[in-house]
Design a protein around this ligand. Structure first.
Ligand code: FES
Length: 63
């Protein structure tokens, strides 16, 4: 499913780029794209947060 229509970026591509990213800008740089209209930015920010939560849960599970 497309999340960023301006750059034709799909959810899987953005989620992969969000893993370990510190900012929305970093996610776009990893996708070699730039935000344009900004409509997708909240969704990309959520992806970063989800990736952080998942990696934190894995670290807790590994302890
Ligand atoms: S939908 Fe992503 S910048 Fe416009």
């Amino acid at each position: 499913m497309y999340v960023c229509l301006c750059n034709a970026l799909k959810d899987r591509q953005l989620a992969a780029a969000a893993d370990g990213a510190k900012s929305v800008g970093e996610v776009f740089r990893r996708c070699e794209a730039r935000p344009q209209c900004g409509k997708c930015l909240p969704d990309v920010a959520k992806m970063i947060e989800t990736a952080r939560e998942c990696s934190g849960a894995l670290m807790i599970a590994a302890e």
